[in-house]
Design a binder for this molecule. Structure first.
Ligand code: COA
Length: 246
């Protein structure tokens, strides 16, 4: 896919690469980025050639410094803002993708930057990464799913402390809080993400997708319902494999 300005989307050997590309504004998430990302996420969901995706930020300083403050509260009215959101549920689309998504995080990872990372399944950070949710300081709350995805990732107390105090955390602390899976050097960030992507890609994509669904959908169910979901997915996967063999 080409013709984008603030997102770079590339495919290589079954791996999709999504790069937030506004380095001059620390990859701040603006309306154009929302529109381009929405198209890219749809392509990722529908393209059988893409098995694993890596998200990263362009430039040396940031994965994403949050929502673009120059567009802050520029919607003509709250009703219009809600309508746009309803018609184009980008975060719902992000979270519904059944393929593994890896975030490679460096520099500033703020506001919607953290929220994009939290829509991914595995988060790698470089040593220079800094995480924060500046929303309450701006009189708003996270609106890209962060109030729901952060506590699911790191628990209620940790999430509330970061959100309510506005305190930033380093990559090391993010690792201790289980916000990121691993911390690596800046030069190793993309190679490590690619190594992981290639490892996942070597497995049966259907098994990978079902495993992701069992975990992500199961997290919001009771244990009993989760076990039912697991049994269903497992049965379905076996049936599909038999059919393929037959
Ligand atoms: N929206 C729009 N532009 C942003 C931005 C954002 N969220 N974050 C950074 N930028 C722009 C700056 O305006 C600056 O542009 P300029 O060079 O044209 O002046 C450029 O990116 C570099 O940022 P700068 O502030 O000069 O870098 P810094 O190292 O001094 O500070 C931050 C970095 C991240 C601490 C600071 O940019 C910041 O606080 N950004 C806002 C974070 C935020 O509140 N995000 C919203 C979350 S809801």
């Amino acid at each position: 896919m080409s013709g984008f300005e603030v997102i770079i989307y590339q495919k290589q050997d079954g791996i999709g690469y999504v790069t937030l590309n506004r380095p001059q504004a620390l990859n701040a998430y603006n309306l154009q980025m929302r529109d381009e990302l929405y198209q890219v996420l749809g392509a990722i969901r529908d393209d059988p050639e893409v098995e694993v995706v890596i998200f990263q930020g362009a430039g040396e300083r940031a994965f994403c410094a949050g929502a673009d403050l120059t567009e802050f509260l520029t919607a003509p009215s709250p009703v219009v803002a809600r309508q746009v959101r309803w018609e184009r549920d980008i975060w719902g689309l992000f979270l519904s993708i059944a393929k593994p998504l890896i975030a490679a995080l460096h520099g500033y990872v703020l506001g919607s930057g953290i929220e994009i990372a939290l829509c991914c399944d595995i988060r790698l950070a470089s040593e220079d990464a800094q995480f924060g949710l500046p929303e309450p300081g701006l009189g708003i709350i996270p609106a890209a799913g962060g109030s729901q995805t952060l506590p699911r990732a790191i628990g209620r107390a940790g999430a509330l402390e970061i959100l309510l105090s506005g305190r930033w955390v380093t990559a090391e602390e993010a690792y201790r809080l289980k916000l990121v899976n691993r911390v690596v050097s800046r030069t190793e960030l993309l190679p490590e993400a690619e190594k992981l992507a290639r490892k996942i890609k070597a497995y049966n994509p259907l098994a990978v997708s079902y495993a992701k669904q069992a975990v992500t959908r199961g997290l919001d169910l009771s244990l009993e319902e989760g076990l039912e979901l697991e049994a269903k997915l497992s049965h379905c996967l076996l049936a599909l494999s038999e059919k393929k063999r037959g």
